[in-house]
Design a binder for this molecule. Structure first.
Ligand SMILES: Nc1ncnc2c1ncn2[C@@H]1O[C@H](COP(=O)(O)OP(=O)(O)O)[C@@H](O)[C@H]1O
Ligand SMILES: [Mg+2]
Length: 429
């Protein structure tokens, strides 16, 4: 039989176990609430204020509704008061705006990185900053750290000589870590937004500059081109063979520059949103056949055959000039990058929701790495022109932009050494 004293011992044990469980539950609750507060708000100050509120409601700590957070400036070695809740005098707010590391309780926590518990502002010699009307109080001072780095300091108010909560170290230091991490990730997010904004502005500036530069260069370039044409064709009188050869070179170079400028203008227009599609309902197959016929001349020079496989397409709306540019670039690339005497198949297909246009060649094919870069500006990749043609690396970038403006997709299916199939789709409805 158990004696009375054994029974009461067991009862005590049960009581303290229950108390332990109750405390832990409260701790989990406050951790959960803090984590929630740290995730719920966009604004850093609001986020920290609501976190402070949650903390002051944590019963076990017995703290006042009065608390604040300093953010650390690691370079200047100062703490800057960032957010507070509860009543503070103007004198306090002014004096504590910025305090040096090592000063008073918070400055000390910033240096040591350790939590400080202070019984009374009057008897604790470390509490250096005393204000008028200040009544006796105690403090929990908690360092806010993230991956070992000092991010700031949190201060809570208690009565003087309060019953300190036994597990305050564990719980407050974990909360300090949560807050430190949240501040760091918030600042990172802000930095990313700021960087994005700057990049966007730079990109707009670049487009504007591109637009102006290519526009201003166009007229003088056209003059050079047409005068060299007059010279080489001897329209203004005979020239000797050397002069003829030189003027032919000037003419070729200015032709290349012209297409480069046109491409740059296109890109800047599209990117700055200045291009407006003028869509008309029309027959894509007709357009494709015409473009293939026009390209035949180019293909003949390389003894290539262009095969046409047209699907049954309904009339559909698209911008004629823009789509001609896209089709021309796909066929032009296939001719440009494939070896002599190969076959190119140009096809259209009705896929119900979309129509698909494709150009399949027997060229060198494109590695997976190159495929990732194909549609970006100024990418001239491993495949080089096989007939001395020029290459600017802008055609596919423009192509993609045009097709995206139409709500369609571009893509390529290819393997190194196996030829390539470039395609785009356009939505039918
Ligand atoms: N059909 C193709 N086969 C192999 N490589 C290609 C093909 N089309 C394009 N490429 C590669 O992609 C690059 C970019 O093409 P594009 O943007 O049209 O510019 P460009 O024709 O001026 O070089 C080309 O320089 C070439 O290396
Ligand atoms: Mg091209």
């Amino acid at each position: 039989m158990e004696t009375n004293s054994e029974i009461s011992k067991s009862l005590n044990k049960i009581d303290s176990a229950e108390e332990e469980i109750r405390q832990r539950t409260e701790e989990y609750k406050v951790l959960h609430e803090v984590a929630k507060a740290l995730h719920n708000t966009q604004d850093l100050r609001e986020m920290l204020e609501s976190t402070l509120k949650v903390l002051t409601q944590f019963k076990e700590l017995e703290v006042e509704y009065k608390a604040g957070i300093f953010l650390a400036d690691e370079e200047k070695k100062t703490l800057n008061l960032f957010s507070t809740i509860g009543k503070f005098t103007d004198e306090f707010l002014d004096a504590e705006k910025e305090i040096p590391y090592g000063n008073c309780l918070c400055g000390r926590a910033a240096v040591s990185g350790e939590m400080i518990i202070s019984d009374s502002c009057f008897s604790d010699k470390r509490h250096e900053n005393i204000f008028e009307d200040m009544t006796d109080h105690g403090h929990y001072i908690v360092p806010l750290k993230s991956q070992g780095k000092m991010i700031g300091v949190l201060f809570l108010y208690t009565d003087a000589n309060p019953p300190w909560y036994v597990r305050s170290q564990e719980i407050l230091l974990s909360i300090g870590g949560l807050i430190g991490d949240a501040i760091v990730s918030h600042k990172r997010g802000e930095q990313i937004l700021e960087n994005n904004k700057q990049l966007k502005e730079l990109n707009e500036l670049k487009n504007k500059f591109l637009g102006i530069a290519s526009h201003d260069l166009r007229n003088p370039l056209y003059l050079i081109r047409s005068f060299s044409e007059i010279l080489k064709d001897e329209s203004a009188g005979p020239v000797n063979p050397k002069q003829k050869e030189l003027s032919q070179k000037i003419f070729n170079a200015s032709n290349f520059m012209r297409s480069l400028l046109e491409n740059l203008l296109d890109i800047s227009k599209i990117e700055s949103g200045k291009i407006e599609l003028s869509k008309k309902v029309q027959d894509l197959n007709l357009l494709v056949s015409q473009q293939v016929e026009l390209s035949q001349l180019q293909a003949d020079k390389k003894e290539m055959s262009l095969d046409l496989k047209l699907g049954d397409l309904p009339p559909m709306a698209f911008d004629q000039d823009a789509i001609i540019q896209v089709i021309g670039n796909f066929i032009g690339n296939a001719i440009k990058f494939s070896p002599l005497r190969t076959k190119i198949v140009i096809a259209t297909e009705n896929q119900r929701e979309n129509i698909k246009f494709s150009v399949c060649d027997e060229g060198p094919g494109i590695s997976e790495e190159d495929q990732k870069l194909l549609f970006k500006e100024f990418q001239t990749l491993s495949a080089k022109p096989t007939g001395g043609e020029k290459s600017t690396g802008l055609g596919l970038a423009i192509t993609q932009k045009i097709i995206h403006l139409h709500g369609g997709k571009v893509g390529v299916e290819s393997q190194l050494g196996e030829g390539s199939t470039f395609f785009f789709t356009l939505p039918l409805h």
